[in-house]
Design a protein around this ligand. Structure first.
Ligand code: NAP
Length: 256
């Protein structure tokens, strides 16, 4: 049997703000960063679950606090960044992981649904970046945003979702170019289909052609959120110090 890997400690002394921290990829990222020595501000809409994520991080030896915060609300975004500064005095890394997914025929999608998906996934990511950037400039920190393979290849019945995630890529590239010389990096991850609460019971519209939706990967057994968390942790760490403005697929080649 192989020996367990020694902890890397890549986040020793670093303060990491994670949105979407209560569930799925966000919760896995909290755990990964806690295991690597990071201090965490866990933010999410889900009060009990985000507290449980922070508790788990503390059990792993990290300092961690939780806040209930909606990334699409500028006032709550400002409060979550302020909470991170109040608790820990700095922000070294922002991981924007909060997101929502709804399926519908594009010609039937209510405008309210379009606005909500763009509002959380794209505007929410923008608001968090905007609020955190002054602090990241002080620490020469970095941002990891969560896009999706739906930004790279059309995912049917997910026009708003795919558009929001393509917007996240453009936002990430703009920040990387605008702030790179000032020491702040920004990168994005593009997960394929990952097994989390978001994808456990997808609700497709009547008449959806599932053959258009299914994307099988030759590496389906690695669809757990931990595989995305390990990529986020790599990009957020100094191991990725020369990686800026990049997006990386983590989909087991399901788009190939
Ligand atoms: P998840 O398990 O549903 O976790 C997302 C978390 O974000 C949930 O706790 C959710 O709360 C929270 N959230 C939703 N809206 C929010 C808001 N306005 N403010 C703060 N928190 C909010 O989903 P996941 O699969 O881990 O997804 C995480 C990220 O990866 C998302 O950005 C998603 O688009 C992206 N992604 C996922 C996959 C996949 O296959 N799972 C693939 C590509 C990209 P609620 O439960 O209340 O909504």
């Amino acid at each position: 049997m192989s020996k367990p890997l020694a902890p890397l400690g890549r986040f020793d002394g670093k303060v990491v703000l994670v949105t979407g921290a209560a569930s799925g990829i966000g919760a896995a990222t909290v755990e990964r960063i806690a295991r690597e020595g990071g201090t965490l501000l866990c933010a999410d809409l889900q009060a009990d679950a985000v507290r449980a994520s922070a508790k788990r991080a503390v059990e792993l030896g990290a300092s961690a606090e939780a806040i209930v915060s909606d990334v699409s609300d500028p006032v709550q975004v400002a409060a979550s960044v302020a909470a991170c500064i109040d608790h820990f005095g700095r922000i070294d890394v922002l991981c924007n992981i909060a997101g929502i997914l709804r399926f519908d025929h594009t010609h039937e999608m209510p405008l309210a649904d379009w606005n909500q998906i763009i509002g959380v996934n794209l505007t929410g990511t923008f608001l968090m970046c905007q609020a955190a950037l002054p602090h990241l400039l002080e620490t020469r920190g970095n941002i990891v945003n969560t896009s999706s393979t739906s930004a790279l290849k059309g995912l049917p019945y997910a026009a708003a979702y795919g558009a929001s995630k393509a917007g996240v890529l453009a936002l990430t590239a703009a920040i990387a170019t605008e702030y790179g010389r000032k020491g702040v990096r920004a990168n994005a991850v593009c997960p394929g289909s990952i097994t989390t609460p978001m994808t456990s019971q997808p609700s497709f519209p009547e008449g959806a052609n599932m053959r258009l939706v299914m994307r099988h990967s030759p590496l389906d057994e690695f669809r757990g959120p931990e595989t995305v968390a390990s990529l986020i942790a790599f990009l957020a760490s100094d191991d990725a110090v020369h990686i800026n403005g990049e997006h990386v697929r983590v989909d087991g080649a399901s788009l190939s």
